[in-house]
Design a protein around this ligand. Structure first.
Ligand SMILES: O=C(O)C1=C[C@@H](OP(=O)(O)O)[C@@H](O)[C@H](O)C1
Ligand SMILES: C=C(OP(=O)(O)O)C(=O)O
Length: 482
């Protein structure tokens, strides 16, 4: 079935009800408490970061691409729409739909087309990966997104476009919205950028670089680049498609010009989205199993295998990819664990909100450092976490680049999500052991995990195997009724 039948401004890939309040309820969500130790297997949908990289590369490739078990969520929907607007065709593969939606076939754009407006929503991937690709299109391309997206740093991308010779108009100075004018080709060569506020500035440029005439030697100047594993993921995705892409040193990367091949790829589960389910064992006790955990991966969520034992969990990974996380006595059963000290300079920010939430239950002080760049994420996560954890009774010091969390008398309160999926899942984690936690905006989880409520409630009921509710008006997926 053709997903795309572009027909102007009303165009909507998956049908217009997917994020409609009728489907994803806007109202407050009382986070359920855990009454029993967990014992459940949770199948996690595909990786946001891998799906989005593959959508970009598929659009720039020389041959068609098949993506199996891709993520279908707001961020990947926006990316699909963006690459389609620039000229790629995307259709469902008839057979082999996974539990969370169809496989996709992407036919690359013969020529990238300008003259379009891209909606980035609140997706860092879309706002940082699509502009370098749009530099190869002929004609103007404008970028805008949610109101909250207007605060996210974009100067690394915008200055890089200028460095590559493009005209960019950014009235909001280094933020969305902005427009650029592509001339249909990019010379490339050597370029310096400051990527200290986001690794995605680097990844976006590297993804488009094989199509630059001279490729790209990209050097970072400035404070440390966060989320280095995500840059490794980018290099790996390029190499998987036959591109010569490598790090020269910690701050310099090289991509040779050349063809990007097609690929038939099964997307790994999103390991960062596995975090709330695995950390739930620390609070609720018991066992959570995640199937299809990759034995080798560039996903930052793989660090959970080292992180969870610091909270007293026993973690094993079987040769066939079943990750088991077990906690004998969780907080709910009267168990306890010591506070942790963790530095996130190499790990990036995806795991921090969930970890901070669990630190509220520690018996002593926890310190999470090198998290300053989280202030430029979906919301200022450092302030948001300090505010919400304080509101439920934890003692929190908010530093420029760190959070110090001390135990307190925890109590119920409204937990604000700030449109941030990871703030929402953090509130749910706290709610496992604190009665009366109500999330103001659980639908923010639709950014990367629209099935969150269904899976979370299934986890507590000991069974997540219920079929995902489908609705024929949305091509048969992603219609969880909250
Ligand atoms: O390349 C990617 O897919 C990502 C890189 C990281 O961004 P930052 O470097 O901006 O933190 C991460 O936080 C984001 O969720 C996804
Ligand atoms: C920071 C995140 O997302 P992005 O930057 O891709 O919007 C995230 O998913 O935690």
């Amino acid at each position: 079935m053709e997903i795309f039948n572009y027909s102007g401004p009303d165009f909507d890939i998956y049908g217009d009800q997917q994020y409609d309040p009728l489907v994803l309820d806007d109202g407050p969500w009382p986070a359920p408490t855990a009454t029993e130790a967990l014992d459940v297997e949770v199948e996690i949908p595909g990786s946001k970061s891998i799906t989005n990289r593959e959508l970009v590369l598929a659009a720039l490739a020389e041959e068609p691409t098949t993506l199996r078990h891709p993520l279908h969520a707001r961020d990947t929907q926006l990316m699909s729409e963006a690459v389609h607007q620039l000229g790629a065709q995307i259709s469902e593969v008839e057979e082999g739909a996974g539990r969370y939606g169809p496989n996709l076939q992407i036919t690359p754009a013969a020529e990238l087309e300008g003259g379009v407006s891209i909606d980035c929503g609140l997706s860092g991937n879309v706002m940082r990966f699509v502009p370098p690709m749009a530099a190869l299109a002929l004609g103007p391309v404008t970028f805008d997104g949610d109101k909250a997206a207007h605060k996210r740093p974009m100067s690394g991308t915008i200055e890089a476009l200028r460095g590559l010779g493009l005209d960019v108009n950014d009235d909001n100075r280094g933020r969305l919205p902005f427009s650029m004018y592509g001339t249909g080709e990019v010379e490339g060569g050597e370029l310096e950028i400051d990527a200290s506020s986001s690794s995605q500035f680097v990844s976006g440029l590297l993804l488009a670089a094989p199509r630059f005439k001279k490729g790209l030697t990209l050097k970072h100047v400035g404070d440390a680049v966060p989320s280095l594993p995500h840059i490794e993921m980018t290099l790996e995705s390029l190499r998987n498609r036959g591109v010569d892409a490598h790090s020269i040193d910690e701050r310099t990367w090289r991509v040779e010009p050349g063809p990007i091949s097609g690929i038939d790829l099964t997307i790994e589960p999103d390991l960062s989205n596995a975090a709330p389910f695995l950390l739930a064992t620390v609070v609720a006790g018991g066992e959570v199993r995640i199937p299809n955990w990759p034995l080798e991966t560039t996903q930052v969520g793989d660090l959970l295998r080292e992180i969870l034992p610091q909270f007293g969990a026993e973690v094993t990974l079987s040769a066939d990819g079943l990750l088991t996380c077990r906690v004998e006595r969780g907080i709910v059963q009267g168990g306890s664990f010591e506070g942790v000290t963790m530095d996130f300079s190499d790990a990036g920010g995806e795991l921090v909100p969930n970890i901070a939430a669990v630190c509220a239950f520690a018996s002593s002080e926890s310190k999470l450092t090198s998290i300053g760049h989280l202030r430029g994420h979906e919301t200022d996560r450092v302030t948001a976490l300090a505010t919400e954890l304080t509101a439920i009774g934890a003692e929190v010091d908010e530093l420029d680049e760190a959070l110090v969390i001390r135990p307190g008398e925890l109590h119920g309160a409204e937990w604000k999500c700030y449109e941030d999926h990871r703030m929402a899942t953090s509130g749910a984690l706290v709610g496992l052991a604190v009665e009366g936690i109500t999330l103001d905006d659980v639908k923010s989880t639709s950014k990367t995990l629209p099935q969150f409520v269904e899976l979370w409630e299934g986890m507590l009921a000991g069974d997540t195997s219920a079929p995902v509710e489908t609705d024929p008006t949305t091509n048969g997926f992603l219609t969880t009724e909250l």
